[in-house]
Design a protein around this ligand. Structure first.
Ligand code: FES
Length: 641
């Protein structure tokens, strides 16, 4: 028993973070608690092999599984989620178990630069921010006019055209008398208007109208993106992005939902995302020397599971038929009540969602891009982990989640990874020698394959005849790189001597099979939605591709493998992060915010998982590009579209 109470010192390299831990603690949990990230796609169940670390000094208890070779084990490689601390340790986190922040930073820069080039954006909305600051010079009370301070304040607001009911927060009341008197009756009132309701949330001495800020957040499963908005000038003054800290509990939402059923799990996941949000807020404040007290409002767009985690709501019913969320329009909540480092008066509003797997991020995208204002029909695709699709116009809209799986974010792929440093992005193949020409993100030695790289790879292999249309390697093609492996035939992308991990990086037939399933789900999802409204791809006037993954996509290659429909190329439009765009614009205009509610009501959710047409379309799409070659004339007949 005494031994179990021993404290050990653990140092994580290359960051040099040192912490203490009790004898027998789980090494991955120790890393999470000390803020050190180790990849953990399966959330610590021991099945994914993404959490390997090298024990440079000291001892852990950890049995060897198939995820570690005998020689790796002898050299000190262990699965951190399966290891118990038994002594002081020096633990090295190898490149493949780390996240590369530098690439996220590059993405931020790219988004800022691209901000002005968005082609589809909501139109004709008045600039009327959710939070307004109103400067007031009040008449001091007299014996003839001794109405209460709060009535006096509301009366003054009415004179400034502040109509409709106005609530006063209790916290404001406790300091109201002194603020009015110490300011010489010259104050700035902060009024928050959401859901057609005005709330007086803050009162400051003097005129502070030039300091009126809000934050917009897109909380994604993989990354969280934030913007600091100057509501006075209608400008974005800072951008920040970071991985969602919840990644330590699993790469996809299902793993995290399972994780939060463990005792204390939900709280841990909530705290993890709050830590990311707080970190981003600090970064944006620092970039702009903005005072945290000048931020009165936070607008959030996120998928439904992320919203449940953020509000610490049990998400278990989201994944059980009939897939019911606890709430689709969460109430206004004080930022501090969620653990967000903010002023006492700062409130959070989460945009409305449609269903369990069609969240407020999609509603935000539809509002931000103005698709709901158009007469022509748009197909909106967010190709991420889930793959959400919306089709419609100003009068009707249908939506669905295609359950594309995590393939496009590198999940379920033997050497798959997020689109970070060292991921294969560009890929070509010499049709004679079958030798690859590869470009990685950041031009770093090869570490793995990201989603867009995977699509480029499959398209090039298909074109060169190295893979057949049914997703098998053509073993009659002679190549030194084609060999039988653990998972059937595989193509060696990089040998251990040239890769970042020291191991061969391969593309297997199982990887190809997973890619075909994911692309078939996306394509069949779109097809089924359009059939449901009596149309087909030809009824679509424009196809909007949202999401970070989407902006890396090579359209020709995506069509060549049958992920995207074979439409005229000019009909494709990239919008980048539609969710953040919507959250930002809704912060700038209460009209758009109201429209978000209207859009959520307008969208009809179609569950594809139990839809017979979807299954039929899905099976027909399990081919490269499709079993019906007439649907892909530019690919199969070389027709120019
Ligand atoms: S094997 Fe350790 S996190 Fe998956």
């Amino acid at each position: 028993v005494q031994n179990d109470q021993t404290q050990y010192r653990i140092r994580f390299e290359p960051d040099g973070v040192t912490t203490t831990s009790e004898n027998g603690s789980n090494l991955m949990q120790v890393a999470i608690a000390s803020g050190v990230h180790i990849n953990a796609s399966c959330g610590g169940t021991g099945t994914c092999g993404t959490c390997n670390v090298l024990i440079r000094e000291g001892k852990v208890d950890s049995v060897r599984t198939s995820k570690i070779s005998l020689s790796e084990y002898e050299n000190g490689v262990r699965q951190s989620c399966q290891s118990r601390v038994r002594s002081d340790l020096i633990v090295e986190i190898p490149p493949e178990s780390r996240l590369e922040k530098a690439v996220l930073a590059r993405e931020t820069a790219k988004n800022v630069a691209d901000g002005g080039q968005i082609q589809v954006v909501a139109k004709e909305w008045p600039f009327e921010p959710v939070v307004s600051k109103i400067y007031l010079e009040l008449e001091p009370p007299t014996t003839n006019d001794n109405t209460s301070d709060s009535e006096r304040l509301i009366r003054a607001l009415r004179e400034q055209n502040c109509l409709g009911p106005i609530d006063l927060s209790y916290t404001l009341l406790s300091t109201l008398a002194s603020t009015l008197r110490f300011s010489g009756w010259q104050v700035t009132a902060t009024v928050l208007t959401v859901d057609s309701h005005s709330r007086l949330i803050n009162l400051e001495k003097g005129d502070t109208r030039t300091r009126n800020f809000a934050l917009a957040f897109d909380i994604g499963t993989t990354a969280v993106r934030g913007q600091l908005l100057d509501l006075g000038r209608g400008r974005v003054t800072a951008n920040a992005i970071d991985y969602n800290n919840q990644i330590s509990y699993g790469a996809d939402v299902i793993t995290r939902m399972v994780q939060c059923q463990k005792p204390g799990g939900l709280g841990q996941l909530q705290k993890a995302v709050i830590a990311t949000i707080n970190h981003l807020i600090q970064e944006m404040l620092k970039q702009t020397s903005t005072d945290i007290r000048d931020i009165s409002f936070i607008m959030v767009a996120a998928n439904t599971v992320m919203v449940h985690f953020l509000l610490e709501l049990d998400p278990q019913y989201l994944r059980l038929s009939p897939y019911v969320p606890t709430v689709s329009q969460p109430p206004l909540v004080r930022a501090r009540d969620l653990g967000i480092t903010a002023a006492a008066h700062t409130h959070v509003w989460i945009l409305p969602s449609v269903a369990s797997y069609v969240g407020s991020d999609i509603v935000a995208g539809i509002v931000g891009t103005g698709i709901y204002q158009r007469e022509s029909v748009t197909l909106y695709m967010d190709i991420g982990t889930n793959g959400e699709i919306v089709a419609g116009n100003r009068e009707w809209m249908v939506a669905s989640a295609a359950s594309a799986g995590p393939t496009f974010e590198g999940g379920g792929i033997k050497h798959g990874m997020l689109a970070t440093s060292g991921a294969i992005e560009e890929f070509d193949l010499d049709s004679l020698t079958l030798e690859p020409s590869i470009t990685t993100i950041g031009n770093q030695p090869i570490k793995g394959i990201c989603g867009s790289g995977l699509i480029n790879m499959a398209a090039a292999m298909l074109k060169a005849g190295l893979i057949s249309q049914n997703g098998k390697f053509n073993t009659e093609r002679i190549s030194n790189r084609l060999r039988p492996g653990e998972d059937g035939w595989e193509y060696v992308l990089a040998y251990g001597s040239e890769s970042q991990t020291g191991r061969d990086i391969v593309f297997t037939e199982i990887d190809l099979d997973n890619l075909i399933r994911s692309k078939a789900a996306m394509y069949a999802g779109c097809q089924t939605l359009l059939q449901g409204i009596g149309g087909n791809f030809n009824s679509v006037d424009q196809l909007v591709i949202a999401g970070t993954f989407g902006s890396r996509l090579n359209i020709e290659n995506a069509i060549a493998i049958g992920l995207l429909p074979d439409l005229e190329r000019k009909r494709f439009i990239f919008v980048g992060n539609g969710s953040l765009l919507g959250a930002r614009l809704c912060s700038f205009s209460t009209f758009l915010l109201k429209d978000a509610g209207h859009v959520a009501d307008l969208i009809t959710n179609i569950e594809l998982s139990e839809n017979a047409d979807f299954m039929e379309n899905y099976l027909a799409a399990m081919f490269l590009p499709h079993t019906d070659s007439r649907l892909f004339p530019s690919v199969t007949q070389g027709m120019r579209l």
